[in-house]
Design a protein around this ligand. Structure first.
Ligand code: COA
Length: 290
């Protein structure tokens, strides 16, 4: 049976998220997580649907791609399809030829063990920016974060949005985006948390995304207000996120961050996550004129 690429409607995104959850197993390489789709949902259901592609055989979804920005496709595969040659070749063809990604310099994120890495490598794609994968097993107890942790709901959304803007350079996050995200189907399994300083100002923010009982959970995003760094808030909010995932039944917590983000890597380590591997995006450079 041939592999077919599809673009789900907003109504069909729930099915895509459900399938992706089943792929989040600690024995499978860490890859695009339903929480990544949930975080993208801050732009609304329509835009999330427009950014999503599926590849199926006989109606069964075997791979999902999320266009996370104009020039980056992030991918997840059904565990049994990671080395499926027909699928890898069709994805490679669609990515380059059917307008999934634009002309010029583009990147694709996929597990290092996925066959698409080899196929695109043969086509001249090169390895791009290194990302550190950090992980903590949640089978053992997670210590108390040592601070009061707040579950953020609609009432605190404006404060949480302000912390996120003050954490990430160039962030455009708003309260409206929080509400759009929280209305998404993936958010059902998420927890948005905040930590305040002694004056009551929210200073640290995290969202953790469960993929269900016994499955891998994700941190996305995590940040500390730039004027409140170096006081242990990053470690505390990360530990709080890990505990929330443990309560939700996750088997582990994972996060990807650019290897160059020394502060983030140090903070995750300090919160008990270990760097387990490094992944590189695949990058297709702009074609030079002959
Ligand atoms: C990364 C970040 C969350 C750290 O927050 P923070 O409150 O300053 O971190 P903490 O005070 O809890 O520090 C935790 C540990 O990391 C270390 N650390 C923090 N920032 C560091 C830096 N820039 N370089 C080296 N080490 C750093 C601390 O020394 C501490 O180590 P220790 O536990 O061994 O003593 C914050 O800088 C931030 O929000 N950055 C921008 C957003 C971001 O990159 N988020 C993560 C990626 S999704």
């Amino acid at each position: 049976m041939a592999i077919e690429m599809g673009s789900p409607s907003a109504d069909e995104l729930g099915d895509v998220v459900r399938v992706m959850k089943e792929w989040q197993d600690d024995d499978v390489p860490v890859q695009l997580h339903p929480g990544d789709v949930g975080w993208y949902w801050r732009f609304g259901a329509e835009r999330t649907a427009q950014a999503t592609r599926t590849w199926s055989r006989a109606g069964e979804v075997l791979a999902v791609g999320l266009l996370d920005g104009a020039d980056l496709l992030r991918m997840a595969f059904a565990p049994e399809a990671l080395r499926d040659e027909e699928l890898a070749r069709q994805v490679a063809q669609d990515v380059s030829g059917r307008g999934v990604l634009p002309e010029g310099e583009v990147s694709l994120e996929a597990p290092m063990s996925a066959l698409i890495q080899n196929v695109l490598g043969e086509d001249g794609w090169e390895s791009g920016e290194p990302w550190a994968l950090l992980r903590r097993d949640l089978g053992a107890p997670v210590p108390d974060p040592g601070v009061d942790v707040e579950l953020v709901g609609p009432e605190q959304a404006h404060e949480w949005a302000a912390v996120l803007r003050a954490s990430f350079e160039g962030s455009t996050f708003t309260e409206e985006r929080w509400h759009a995200m929280a209305a998404g189907v993936a958010y059902v399994d998420a927890r948005c948390l905040g930590v305040r300083d002694e004056r009551g100002e929210m200073v640290a923010a995290v969202i953790v995304w469960s993929a269900g009982e016994g499955r891998t959970g994700l941190i996305e995003p995590m940040g500390v207000h730039r004027e409140h760094r170096g006081h242990g808030h990053g470690r505390a909010i990360t530990v709080a996120g890990a505990r929330a995932l443990q309560e939700l039944g996750s088997s582990s917590v994972v996060v990807y961050t650019p290897s160059s983000n020394a502060g983030a890597v140090a903070t995750y380590r300090s919160a008990g996550l270990e760097q387990v591997s490094e992944r590189r995006d695949l990058r297709r450079c702009a074609r030079r004129a002959p």
